[in-house]
Design a protein around this ligand. Structure first.
Ligand SMILES: [Zn+2]
Length: 396
C-alpha cells in the first residue's frame, strides 16, 4: 500500500463509531476502570497486543503495541481516558457531530489511535519498529494528578518519541516544542485570635487585612517584574504570577481569623519547580512582620516546564506530515497549557509533540466534536507515525 492509499483508507464512520462507544462509557477522573476495559478491547480488535495491567488496578493504564514487519524503533501514542467530573446531557450523535462528556477531551484522540492501528495492521504492518499505545486516567485536575502516567514513566517506557493525541485549541495547527511550567500556589494568613464581633476586636486584629493587602501588592509587583524580565523570550508567553482567589472574612461585622489566596505561577524552561517554591517563600519572608499574623505558603506542581529541540525527528515528522496533508506550513509554538508532554519530556526524556482533535468544546456545557474536523489530524498523525518510523529506519 502506498502512503496515499493508506491515508485515503481512513474511515470516518469507523472513527465516529469508536468515539460513540467510548463516550457511552463515562470515565470521570478516578473512575476509569470500565473505560479502560472497553478501550483495551477496541485496541485488541484493531490488531494490537494489550499488555496485562502492571500498575495500580484502581487506576489502570492501558498499554498496547503493534509491531511492524521489520526491525526499527518504537513510537508512543498517548492520551488520557478520563474526563472532567461535570454533569452532561446523555450522549447524542448526528451524521456530523458526536456530543457527550469526553467527546472532545479526548475520546476522539483515543479513537484516532484505534483507527491508525487498524489501518497499519490491515496494511500488513508494513512499517519498521513498533507503535506503542498508552491510555491512562487521573489526568484532569483537581482529582487527577497525572499519577498514572507518572508511574508508567517511572516503570520505564521504551519509546524514542511520542505523540500526545490532544492539544489546546489555539495550537491545533502548530508544532508545540515548549511548554510552560505551572504550579498552583496557596497563601494562608492567620491571626492568633479567633473571629469575633468587629466591636470586640483587639487593636491587632486589623493587621490581618493590612497583611493581606501587602501580600497581594507584593505578588502583583512580582508578576509585573516576571513579565518584564521574561517578555519576548522564546516561544512562550512571559512568566507570570496570577491571583485567582482571595477570601477575607465571612460576615459583614465579624473580624475574621484567616485570609486565603490562590493562583497560578507559570514559568519558562530553565527554571525548576523547586526554585519557584523558594522564590515565593523568599518573597513572603521579605515582607515586614504584622504582629499577631502568620503567613504560610504551599505550592502544588501541575507540570514542570519543558522544551523539545525543533531538530528532533518527531518534530520534523509532524511538520512534514502537516505540510503534506494541508499544503500549509506548521510553525513552531509554545503552550502555557500543561499537557502530558510536560511529563513525557521532563520526566521520561521522550521527545513529544501534540496533535489536536477538535477540542474547541472541551470542558464545555455541551461538549461535542465535529467529525469533518477529525480527518486532517487523523491523517497528520498517521503520516507522522510512518514518517518518523521510516526516518529512524533510514538512520539505521
Ligand atoms: Zn484532555
Amino acid at each position: 500500500m502506498t502512503r496515499a492509499e493508506i491515508l485515503s483508507s481512513i474511515r470516518m464512520d469507523r472513527l465516529a463509531e469508536d468515539i460513540w462507544t467510548l463516550v457511552n462509557v463515562p470515565s470521570p477522573t478516578g473512575r476509569e476502570q470500565k473505560a479502560a476495559q472497553v478501550y483495551a478491547n477496541l485496541l485488541r480488535a484493531a490488531g494490537a497486543e494489550v499488555e496485562p495491567e502492571s500498575g495500580d488496578p484502581q487506576h489502570p493504564c492501558v498499554f498496547a503495541r503493534l509491531k511492524g514487519n521489520r526491525a526499527g524503533r518504537p513510537i508512543l501514542l498517548a492520551g488520557h481516558l478520563d474526563h472532567i467530573d461535570v454533569a452532561h446531557a446523555v450522549p447524542s450523535r448526528t451524521a456530523s457531530v458526536v456530543a457527550g462528556r469526553g467527546s472532545a477531551d479526548m475520546k476522539s484522540g483515543l479513537a484516532a489511535i484505534v483507527e491508525i492501528l487498524r489501518l497499519l495492521n490491515a496494511a500488513s504492518r508494513d512499517f519498521p519498529g513498533e507503535v506503542l499505545v498508552a491510555a491512562y486516567g487521573m489526568h484532569e485536575a483537581p482529582v487527577g494528578d497525572s499519577s498514572t502516567l507518572t508511574q508508567l514513566i517511572r516503570r520505564g517506557i521504551a519509546a524514542d518519541a511520542a505523540i500526545v493525541m490532544e492539544s489546546d485549541y489555539s495550537c491545533r495547527d502548530k508544532a508545540v516544542v515548549a511548554g510552560a511550567g505551572q504550579a498552583i500556589w496557596n497563601v494562608t494568613l492567620r491571626r492568633a485570635e479567633a473571629a469575633c464581633h468587629e466591636l470586640n476586636r483587639s487593636p491587632e486584629a486589623d493587621n490581618l487585612l493590612e497583611c493581606a493587602l501587602r501580600v497581594a501588592s507584593s505578588l502583583r509587583a512580582h508578576d509585573r517584574s516576571l513579565r518584564e524580565s521574561t517578555a519576548g523570550r522564546g516561544l512562550l508567553r512571559p512568566e507570570s504570577l496570577f491571583i485567582g482567589q482571595m477570601h477575607y472574612g465571612d460576615f459583614y461585622n465579624r473580624a475574621p481569623e484567616t485570609c486565603t489566596m490562590q493562583g497560578t505561577r507559570r514559568w519558562h524552561p530553565g527554571r525548576s519547580f523547586d526554585s519557584v517554591q523558594k522564590e515565593i517563600g523568599d518573597l513572603l519572608s521579605a515582607l515586614p512582620a504584622f504582629p499577631g499574623v502568620t503567613v504560610q505558603s504551599a505550592l502544588r506542581l501541575t507540570g514542570d516546564a519543558y522544551e523539545v529541540n525543533p531538530d528532533e525527528s518527531i518534530v520534523q515528522a509532524v511538520r512534514l506530515a502537516w505540510q503534506t496533508v494541508t499544503g500549509t506550513s506548521m510553525p513552531l509554538a509554545g503552550t502555557s497549557v500543561v499537557t502530558d508532554a510536560n511529563r513525557l519530556v521532563g520526566l521520561g526524556n521522550i521527545p513529544t509533540v501534540l496533535i489536536g482533535f477538535d477540542n474547541e468544546f472541551a470542558h464545555a456545557d455541551r461538549e461535542s466534536v465535529r467529525l469533518e474536523r477529525l480527518l486532517t489530524p487523523c491523517r497528520v498523525a498517521l503520516l507522522t507515525v510512518l514518517s518518523y518510523l521510516e526516518s529512524q529506519e533510514a538512520r539505521g
